[in-house]
Each structure stands twice: as C-alpha cells, then as structure tokens.
Design a protein around this ligand. Structure first.
Ligand code: ZN
Length: 343
C-alpha cells in the first residue's frame, strides 16, 4: 500500500498513544449487550442486531501456515515466475469453489504486464454481496532484493484462504461473500523511500488489479449489489493496531468496531486515525461502503514496510486470528442489519 499523508500519521500518533495508554482492558470479555447503537456523523444512529454469541473460530495457526507458504515462493512481483506460482497456490486452495478469474494486461510505466485477480464466491440467501479483499503481489521496485512482503501482501492473502475454509460448502444465511485476491496493488515505480521518486500520481501507478475489477463490475451492474467492501492489508504484525482509516465509510467503521467489541478485541482497533491510499479507493469512488483494515505501524519508524525486513518473524498467528474473526463478525452483523445505512 501507499500512504497519502505521512505527516498526518505522526501527528495522529501522539493522540493515539494517549488513547492506548488509557485502554488497559486488552482482550476484554465479549460485550453482553443485545442491542447497541452508535451515532455516525451526519447520519442516523446505527442500530446493531443482537449479539448472537460465539464467533466463528478462525484458526490463526492455519492462516499463518498459508502466509508462510506464500512467503516461501520468494519475491512475487508482477510478471515473475514466483508470481505465477502464488496465483496457482491460491487457486489450488479454491478447488470446487465458484471462482472467477479476472485477467487482463496492465499498461504500466515499466511496460505491459499480465494481471490476474482471483475471486471466490460463496452464495448467500440475501440479495447483495459483501466483498473481502487482499492484494498478493509484492513491490516491483524491490524485485531484485530478498523482499517477500510477509506482512504486505502475504498476511492478508493467507488470511483470506483461511476465511474461505469457513465460507465453503454451506449456504450462507445472509449476503453472498466474495473473497478477492487482487493483483498489482503495488506501484511499479519507487514511491519516494528509495531510488527515484515516482512522478505519477498514486492512482495512475498502483491499484491496477482492483481498479480493473471495480470498472468491470460497474459496467456489468455487479457494483449495484455490493453492500460493503472490506479490505485487509498488513494485518499480521505481532503488535496489532488497526487504523481508523479516514477514506473509509464512517458507518462501516462503526460496524467493524462493534464486531471487535463483541469479541473483546477493541484495543487492537482504531487507536489512531490515518489516511491511507489503498485498494478500497476505487470502490469508495464508486459509492460502495468500504473500509480499509490496515496496521500502518510496522517496526520503529515503519522500518519493516517496503524493506527486506518485512519477514515472517514479525508476524503472529494471533493477529491473523483477531482480524479474521472481526471480519467474519462484521459480515454477521451486516447480514442482520436491515436496512443497511444509505451509501
Ligand atoms: Zn506495499
């Protein structure tokens, strides 16, 4: 991912530290409330459905094994043999599922490249779709280094394979859930931290795969059925602090926070407000309620982000389990919120 506003992040961090310092009830017991409301700025108060008890048991260790497998292929930049192997690895875990392959050629500042989005669809009884996404490519400018993007790309892609295990083989009593492993999220040119600064605006040199999908789904009418777009990115950090991302839809962030509270994981969520430019942007622009679940504190002064330090030892299965559980709980709440707030 890339950030729009690094300066904001450090200004906000001071406030976040104050919040964290007060928030000692880490992993508290799940909320017993049967009906909770939260207000959304400029909107009606949100009404949440009753808490239906035990959450789905997302297996953090199994998710971590998928992440390790993806990382073991090595760097997986666009156009590489490793990239192809990871595509095949993901698809091999979706055998028997309803899978859509979205393949096209992207014209980038580094030339033309094949781009391959993989979508697994799990049908529900309700009319509408909830999309859960993760990019799986690694940063192209770092392709000649040992950079493997354990957290940036692999963590969320492994988690989605684990989520597939919970969605597979049953008729959902709710919206259809589509898992999206999207491609070519990363910029092709360096983005300022090393080498030549990228002269292109971020929207013109990144988010290639997800932008193509958003355009395609807008053209064929799919987007009208999209109730929510939930993005996961960099969610494996052992020190998990998911941002309250400012491009994300306000009411959907409240649903995520309610889900986190119900599971007792709220201390890992929204301690800091931060603007991030990521795969949710093409959906935000097209009016789909969207949320970016990203932890953009990764090593001191972001030392592990887009560096060869982004390795598996920085991750913890528990972080995958926490984010996976909150995603599925968010879906469960959305299934029962009728009607959903206006877009
Ligand atoms: Zn990245």
């Amino acid at each position: 991912m890339r950030t729009l506003s690094r300066r904001l992040s450090w200004v906000a961090l001071a406030g976040a530290l104050a919040v964290i310092a007060c928030d000692r009830d880490k992993d508290a017991a799940p909320s017993q409330n049967t009906s909770v409301s939260a207000s959304v700025p400029g909107g009606e108060p949100l009404k949440f459905p009753p808490d239906e008890g035990p959450p789905v048991a997302v297996d953090g260790d199994r998710a971590m094994q998928y992440v390790k497998d993806i990382v073991k292929f090595g760097p997986r930049p666009l156009g590489s043999a490793n990239h192809k192997k990871v595509e095949e690895y993901i698809s091999s875990h979706l055998k028997g599922d309803q899978v859509e392959d979205d393949t096209f050629t992207a014209d980038t500042p580094e030339g033309k490249f094949p781009v391959h989005n993989i979508i697994a669809k799990y049908p529900g009884t309700k009319d509408g779709i909830i999309i859960v996404a993760s990019h799986y490519d690694t940063n192209y400018p770092l392709r000649k280094t040992s950079y493997v993007g354990a957290n940036d790309g692999a963590s969320s892609s492994g988690l989605l394979l684990e989520l597939a295990n919970h969605l597979r083989g049953k008729q959902r009593d709710g919206y259809s859930v589509w898992l999206v492993w999207d491609d070519a999220e990363e910029a092709m040119k360096p983005d300022g931290s090393g080498g030549q600064p990228n002269e292109l605006p971020f929207t013109e040199d990144s988010l290639y795969g997800i932008t193509h999908l958003a355009e395609k789904w807008q053209a064929d009418g799919t987007l009208k059925k999209a109730k929510a777009f939930i993005l996961t990115d960099m969610i494996g950090d052992a020190d998990l602090n998911v941002e309250r991302e400012t491009n994300s839809t306000a009411w959907l962030k409240e649903v995520v926070y309610e889900a986190a509270k119900r599971l007792g994981y709220q201390s890992h969520f929204f301690g800091r407000e931060l603007e991030v430019s990521d795969d949710h942007i093409p959906f935000v622009k097209r009016g789909v309620p969207s949320v970016d679940l990203i932890d953009f504190t990764y090593g001191y002064n972001l030392a592990y982000w887009h560096t060869t330090e982004d390795t598996i030892d920085k991750l913890n299965p528990r972080s995958l389990q926490i984010v996976g559980s909150v995603v599925l709980e968010t879906v469960r709440i959305l299934d029962k919120m009728d009607p959903l707030p206006p877009k």
